[in-house]
Structure formats: structure tokens, C-alpha cells
Design a protein around this ligand. Structure first.
Ligand code: F6P
Length: 361
């Protein structure tokens, strides 16, 4: 008998179901003696032994379904070693559930925080395989994560729609795209949607460079300006603060998010009308795009291959168009950020997109 536990953890995204379907179909095509334990709401289900026994039928017809059939939750890694309100040792509880059910392995679908805990469970002796999930595409060790392309498509569609209304009004439009720590989604959607200015957490901006560009566009007869702004976009001034000082400043910020702060500054400095659009969680919702369906099916099937061989301790990654296994200890705790010197940024600047950091020639 092959006993597999499965859980989805952290923020959801498109193609979680498609990835689990890939794992289960891959295994069940080769073996019939399989038990699947679906833990509910992420690590919580493993801690409190809250699970459903599932069959291959439960994974049929879910390729295109958004969300996760298992549910998910955020369980911060830094609190994993802190007992719960009843004094329960969470790590010991997870190990207990795993051993009690006599699992052969645990398949974990998640992003950065999830991988820290997955690696800790590996160090504690459990057989772990992970799949790279997150719209942010910020997992180290893989060129791609599922959810990313779907989110880019949605954010791009939002910018496209703003474009048509922008042409009718002499306004500045700010679209705030998801990504607190990294700007991959904003960068790609911004370029795909033809944004004039793209602001990322990795490239601190100068507000005067932004407002000068808006004024220059106006003077050149371009009535509107579109900004694609990541949730975590930061000014040069704020980037110079110590982490603690910046956190304190954010806590006192009178605006709900960066887009509102920028809107007020732009309005004051340019006297232009500014409008804000925040697509928010729509970026994580709905069906996965075709790319994510294929990608998640591939990593799911690749995980099935490893399970059938009993080869554990890896994240399935995508490198140069191929699925590869990357040791979990290499992935955990590392972030893949946008490299400000990368060719994509250079090329965007070449065609006149401003990142708010320097005056373009
Ligand atoms: O990590 C994925 C992500 O969607 C980020 O882009 C975003 O900043 C964050 O999650 C939002 O988290 P929550 O759904 O917990 O509000």
C-alpha cells in the first residue's frame, strides 16, 4: 500500500487543483494500491489531524477549477516552534499525524513560507516533496511557479481595460498589482499592458522623476499616463530607512496602500486628476490559464514519478523548459527577486518605460 498525504498552504492561486490532479493521476495510472489523505486548510490539517480520505475520483474534473479543494491557510514559519493556545507542540503534532497514518510521503504545495516548514519537516525525518505555487513567482530554484502566468494575464487585462477609458480622459491611472516583496507580476503585466511607468519593490522610485515624466507626456500631447505599481513599491527615501523604522512608518501611514499615497502626491505636484484601480484578489481567482494548466500538470506528474521511485526531499522546479528536482534545503528561506539589471528591465527602459529611478534619455 502507498499512503500519500497532500496539503496546500499559504495564499491560494490558480492551478493548485490541476497540480494535485497531476500527482494523483500520475500515481494511480501505475498503482492501484494507493491511499490519499487530503489535509484541510494547509499545515493546520496536519497539526490537528483534520483530513479526508480521497480517491482518484476526487481529482477528476478539477483541472480548470480555481482555488484548492483542500482549503488553505497561512501558518507563519516563525510560529511553528511556538506552542498553540492549548500548549500543543505543532511540529511534534505534525510528525505524530504523519506516523500515525503510516504515510509514505507528504506532498506540499506552497510558496516561500510553506517551503521553510516543508524543509523543517524533512529535517525532522519526514518524506517530503513540494510543488512551486505562488502568483508572485518568487521561489528560489525554479524559473516559474504556477499561478504566476494566470495572475499576469488578469493584471494585464485590468490594465488593458484602463487603457481604453484612459484614452477618453486626461487623467493619471494607477493600477496596484499584487506583490509586497517582489515585483515579477507587476513587471510582466506592466509591460504586457503598455504601462508608461512601472514601480517595483526592487527599484526604489523618486516621486519627482515620476511627476516630471507625467508633465513631459502632457507637454508632448499624451493626455494620460498609466502606472503599474506593485503593492510593495517603495520610494528611495523610505528604502533608506532601517527595516524597523520603515515598518513603524507604514503602521502610521494614513493611506490604505501605496497607490493612494502616490495618487495624492501626483495630484498635488501635477494638478492632474488621478484614479486608482486595485484588482486585488481577482489576480488569484478563477480558472488557471492554459500555460498554468500545462505547467502544473507537468510538475504534478514529475512528483508522481519521484513518489513511485521513493525519491524524496525535493521541490519540483522548472529550469530551461524541463522539470527538475531541487533539494529542499537549497530552496527554503530564499527569495527570487527581480534583478534591476536584468535584460527585461533594460529592454523596458529602451522603449521608454520609466521605473521611477532615473530620468530616461
Ligand atoms: O503571496 C501571494 C500574495 O497574493 C501576494 O502577492 C500578496 O501580497 C499577498 O499574497 C496577499 O495575501 P493575503 O491573501 O493573505 O491578503
Amino acid at each position: 500500500m502507498l499512503r500519500i498525504g497532500m496539503l496546500t498552504s499559504g495564499g491560494d492561486c490558480q492551478a493548485l487543483n490541476a497540480a494535485m490532479r497531476g500527482v494523483v493521476k500520475g500515481i494511480c495510472s501505475k498503482r492501484s494500491d494507493v491511499e490519499i489523505y487530503g489535509f484541510k486548510d494547509g499545515y493546520k490539517g496536519l497539526i490537528y489531524a483534520n483530513f479526508d480520505m480521497l480517491t482518484s475520483k476526487d481529482f477528476s474534473g478539477i483541472l480548470t477549477r480555481g482555488g484548492t479543494i483542500l482549503g488553505t491557510s497561512r501558518q507563519p514559519f516563525k510560529l511553528m516552534r511556538v506552542p498553540d493556545k492549548d500548549g500543543l507542540d505543532k511540529v511534534e503534532a505534525m510528525k505524530h499525524t504523519y506516523h500515525k497514518l503510516n504515510l509514505d510521503c507528504l506532498v506540499i504545495l506552497g510558496g516561500n513560507g510553506t517551503h521553510k516548514t516543508a524543509n523543517m519537516l524533512r529535517e525532522e525525518g519526514l518524506n517530503i516533496l513540494t510543488l512551486p505555487k505562488t502568483i508572485d513567482n518568487d521561489l528560489w530554484g525554479t524559473e516559474m511557479t504556477f499561478g504566476f502566468q494566470s495572475a499576469v494575464d488578469i493584471a494585464t487585462d485590468t490594465i488593458d481595460r484602463i487603457h481604453t477609458t484612459a484614452t477618453s480622459h486626461s487623467r493619471v491611472f494607477i493600477i496596484e498589482v499584487m506583490g509586497h516583496k517582489v515585483g515579477h507580476v507587476t513587471l510582466h503585466a506592466g509591460i504586457a499592458g503598455g504601462a508608461d511607468i512601472i514601480l517595483l519593490p526592487e527599484i526604489p522610485y523618486d516621486i519627482d522623476i515620476i511627476t516630471d515624466m507625467i508633465q513631459k507626456r502632457s507637454a508632448a500631447g499624451k493626455a494620460f499616463t498609466i502606472l503599474a505599481v506593485a503593492e510593495g513599491a517603495i520610494s528611495k527615501e523610505d528604502a533608506g530607512l532601517k527595516k524597523k523604522e520603515y515598518k513603524e512608518k507604514l503602521a502610521k501611514r494614513k493611506y490604505p496602500s501605496i497607490a493612494y499615497e502616490l495618487a495624492e502626491q501626483i495630484q498635488q505636484k501635477t494638478d492632474k486628476e488621478v484614479r486608482i484601480t486595485v484588482p486585488g484578489h481577482t489576480q488569484r481567482g478563477g480558472s488557471p490559464c492554459a500555460y498554468d494548466r500545462v505547467f502544473s500538470t507537468r510538475v504534478g506528474a514529475a512528483a508522481a514519478e519521484l513518489i513511485l521511485k521513493g525519491d524524496y526531499g525535493y521541490m519540483i522546479a522548472m529550469r530551461k523548459g524541463e522539470t527538475v528536482k531541487v533539494p529542499l534545503q537549497d530552496v527554503a528561506g530564499k527569495l527570487k527577486t527581480v534583478d534591476p539589471g536584468c535584460s527585461l528591465i533594460r529592454q523596458a527602459k529602451m522603449i521608454g518605460i520609466s521605473f521611477g529611478d532615473e530620468v530616461l534619455e
